[in-house]
Design a protein around this ligand. Sequence first.
Ligand code: ADP
Ligand code: GLC
Length: 487
Amino acid sequence: MIEVLSVTAEVYPLIKTGGLADVAGALPAALAQSGVTMRTLIPGYPAVMSRMTSGREVWSSEDLFGVPARLIAGRVEGLDLIVLDAPVLYDRPGNPYVGPEGWDWPDNWKRFAALSWVASELGLGLVEGYRPQIIHAHDWQAGLVAAYVKYGPSATLKTVMTVHNMAFQGTFGAEIFPQLRLPQHAFSVEGVEYYGGVGYLKAGVECADVVTTVSPSYAAEIRTPAFGMGLDGLLNNRSATVHGVLNGIDMDAWNPATDPALAQNYTASTIQQRGVNKRALQEAFGLEASNGPLFAVVSRLTWQKGIDLLAANIDQIVQAGGQLAVLGSGETELENAVRAAVMRHPGQVGLVTGYNEALSHLIQGGADVMVVPSRFEPCGLTQLYALRYGCIPLVSRVGGLNDTVIDANVAAMQADVATGVQFAPPDAHALGDAIRRTLALYADEKSWKKMQRRGMKSDVSWQASAARYAQLYASLIGVTTDDNPDH
Ligand code: ADP
Ligand code: GLC
C-alpha cells in the first residue's frame, strides 16, 4: 500500500463550505481500491472536535507557532483523521476561514501555516508508527506543506499540490515570513516569495513534486493569463508536472435510489417518480404546483458562479412558464437580485438562503434543470450530482463543466450522446439563448427523458480519477501501481 497524508481545511461530512470538502471526503475510500491508504489532517474546528470523542492523543506541544496544540487520531464516518487541536487557532465560531461577521480571520496565515508545518513534521515521523510517503495538499491553506518539505531534511518525502480554485491564493505581507519557521533563502522566487509578499498557493505550485487541478480543461485554462490569476507563468514553467484530474462524486452519498433526503427514491427506469420530489421542492420554495420546467441553482452566490447572468434571465424563464428555485448565499448584491425576482414573481421564483445539505439533495432529485452559469469553474460538482439524479445540467462551457456535460446540439442529439446544455461565452445573452434551447428540449418529453436517463448512466464516479491519482503517487515513489505488492 502507498501511504498518503491528505491535508485539507474542510472534509465532508464534518465541515463543508464547498466542493473541496466533498472531494477530500470521498477520495480516501475511492483510493483504497487502488492500493492507497489515505489519512486526513484537518484543523480542530468546533464541528470537528465535537465528533472526535473517541480519538486518542498522539502528539502534543506547548508551542506550535506560540500556542498549545495536540494531535488527535481517530476514525469518524469512515475517515481516518488526524485532527490538529489548537483551540487558540481553531476553536472559533464562523466557518473555517471567516468569522461570524464574514471577515477573514486576521491570523489565517498562522492558522494554516501551523496546519502545513504539522503535516510536514508528520511526514518526518512526528508520530511513532506513522510515516506517510506522500503528502497531498489541497488549496492555499495547505500550500506551505510543499515549502516545508522542500526546505526540510527529508530527501524521500514527496508532495502533491491540488489546486481547487486559482481565485483563492492565500497571499500575505512579507512581515509574516520570519514567523513561518522557514530558512531565510525560502523567501525567494523558488520558494514562498510572491510579488514581494508570501504566497501560500504560489509556494505549493512552485515547490510540490506534482501539481494537479480538478479537470483537464481547467489545467489548460490556468496556463493563460485570463484564468491563471498571476500564476500562469509559473504553471507554464512547470507544465510537465501539472495534471488535470477530474473530480468524481461519492456514489453512495449521492444515490437517488437510496437518498434519505428525497421525498421519493427512484432509478433511471422509474424516472417519472421524480415528480413527487418536484412537488416537495415546489412546496419547500413556496412555488405553485406546476408542470412547467423547474430550473434550480445550488451554489455560492458569487461572481465566479455567474449568478448575475442568471438574474438577468429570470423574467424570461417565468414568461415561458418556467419556475426557478435558488439555494445559496453569498454576495449581498446577488442575493438581492434574486430576492427582487422573488418579489416580481411570487409563486414562480423561490430563494432559500444559508447552507442546507438535505435541501440540496431534494433539489437534485426534483428540479428539471440545474443551472451552473460560471465564469470559471475548476471542476464543479453540482452538475455531476445533477447528471446522477436525472436533472439536466445547463452550464457555461468552461473548466470542468466543459469536460463533464455533452451539449445537446443537433449532432449529439442524433448520436444519442447529449447529457445537457452548454453555452459560451459566459454572458447573459448566451445564457438567454441556452435557456430558450432548454425550453424547446423540455417540450419534447420523450427525448428529454432519454437525455435524463443518459445522464444517470454516465460515469461520474471516482473510479478512473482515483486510479489516476494512484498512478501519480506511484510514479513519485518509484513504483508502478501494478507492481505495488500490496495491491
Ligand atoms: P464550489 O466548491 O466552487 O462552491 P462545487 O460545485 O465544486 O463548487 O461544490 C459545491 C458544493 O457545495 C456542492 O456539494 C453543492 O451541493 C454544495 N452547496 C453549495 N451551496 C450550498 C448550499 N447553500 N446548501 C447546501 N449545499 C450547497
Ligand atoms: C473548488 C472549485 C470547484 C471544484 C471544487 C472541488 O471549490 O470552485 O469547481 O469542483 O473546488 O474540487
